[in-house]
Ligand binder design. Structure first.
Ligand SMILES: [Zn+2]
Length: 392
């Protein structure tokens, strides 16, 4: 277990002398995109070039540099073509009946990000095109519920569009029916008064953000749930809190006894982000305390030997940013900055020395330095930071 992360030798907290706000916009050097052939192999925000477009959109929002926006628009156009014609991912995703539906791994992300970029470039024709394409996406009956490949990932894309274009862009009557379906399916595997909701993916009852309870519930918490649905969501979270590991970390699945993973995808970080949102929605002390406990695990075991946001230090830093936003406690901001400084000071050196893994897709948003760059951009205005493609 110990070789998954660096021991955290940084001080628990150092108070800062107040500084005037930065007067110059942050500049991020974006990795040059590859060839057309490389682009069309993977169009997802997760490991593909759409993640670079999402990062460029963030860079534009921070720096107001139109070059970033225009490059993002070009990339999305190629992702649009790729996701319409690519054989690579369609074969892969067709196995799960989900090639179109999610923000992080499907065509819904291409259309949603494309529409928002077109809004910023003032290209109404492309905006209408992407919105129309999004509305063509159909949910099949055999979809899973999870965030990466299932209904929750589709709902997140709808939330993203409604945030940028106004409530009702994707009609509530439509999304509410999807919410009902997720909860009804969760009740089939759940146990009333114990763990009311449960879901299965790849034959596993996952708890984490990518494939399991934490991710699905995080999305559901954005919706106006009916009272019985809301109680079941809260009851499921309380079951998770009650059954976490003695260390304070959360199992990757119902069957997990290993207490090894402290990732956004599996473990305390993904659950912590859901608990922060739940504390905001339900206003219960128990939920906030559980979020803070999970963040303590992230502080002690979250300096992972990887850089990205899915299972790396960058993603874990967002736990502290989320708690800082909710509580205003400077200790959490310090911890987010400490993780970011660790990456900034030592990330490239540790990767070059082979002590840290650059990620299977080293420039990607979720696995590679793309996620690290996104974190650095978010730290320009920490109070507005959001875990990319997950927090709204
Ligand atoms: Zn991961």
């Amino acid at each position: 277990m110990a070789n998954r992360y660096f021991p955290n030798l940084m001080p628990d907290f150092i108070a800062e002398t107040p500084q005037p706000p930065p007067t110059t916009a942050a500049e991020e050097e974006i990795a040059a995109p590859g060839t057309q052939e490389q682009w069309i192999q993977d169009y997802t925000p997760y490991t593909g070039v759409l993640g670079t477009a999402f990062l460029l959109l963030k860079a534009y929002q921070v720096s107001n540099n139109k070059n970033d926006l225009n490059l993002a628009a070009e990339i999305v156009k190629d992702c649009d073509t790729a996701s319409s014609h690519s054989s690579f991912n369609w074969v892969l995703m067709d196995c799960m009946g989900s090639r179109d539906v999610t923000f992080i791994c499907g065509r819904a992300g291409v259309c949603a990000i494309g529409a928002v970029i077109a809004k910023h470039t003032g290209d109404n024709q492309m905006l209408n095109y992407y919105l129309a394409q999004f509305k063509k996406i159909k949910l099949s009956k055999d979809l899973p519920e999870e965030l990466l490949y299932g209904r929750a990932g589709f709902l997140w894309a709808c939330l993203f569009l409604n945030k940028h274009f106004g409530e009702g862009t994707i009609a509530t009557s439509y999304t509410d029916a999807v919410v009902d379906e997720i909860i009804n399916n969760g009740r089939k595997l759940g146990v009333k008064r114990r763990c009311p909701l449960m879901f299965e993916m790849y034959g596993e009852k996952y708890w984490g953000a990518a494939h399991g309870l934490a991710g699905i519930i995080r999305v559901l918490l954005e919706y106006d749930l009916k009272p019985d649905q809301s109680e079941d969501v809260k009851g499921t979270l309380k079951y998770m809190i009650k059954n976490r590991f003695p260390s304070g970390n959360y199992p990757a699945s119902e069957e997990d006894r290993g207490d090894a993973l402290v990732h956004w995808c599996h473990g305390a970080p993904g659950v912590a982000l859901t608990l922060v949102k739940a504390a905001e929605v339900y206003r219960e002390r128990e939920l906030l305390e559980a979020a803070i406990d999970a963040a303590e695990v992230v502080w002690n075991r979250g300096l992972l030997k990887r850089v990205g946001i899915c299972h790396g230090i960058s993603g874990n830093a967002y736990v502290f940013l989320s708690l800082y936003r909710l509580t205003g406690n400077m200790e959490f901001l310090y911890r987010a900055k400490a993780f970011a400084c660790f990456l900034l000071d030592r990330g490239h050196k540790l990767i070059a020395e082979g002590q840290m893994h650059a990620g299977d897709n080293p420039y990607s948003l979720f696995e590679g330095v793309g996620g690290m760059a996104y974190l650095f951009l978010d730290l320009v205005e920490p109070v507005n930071a959001r875990f990319p493609a997950y927090e709204l």
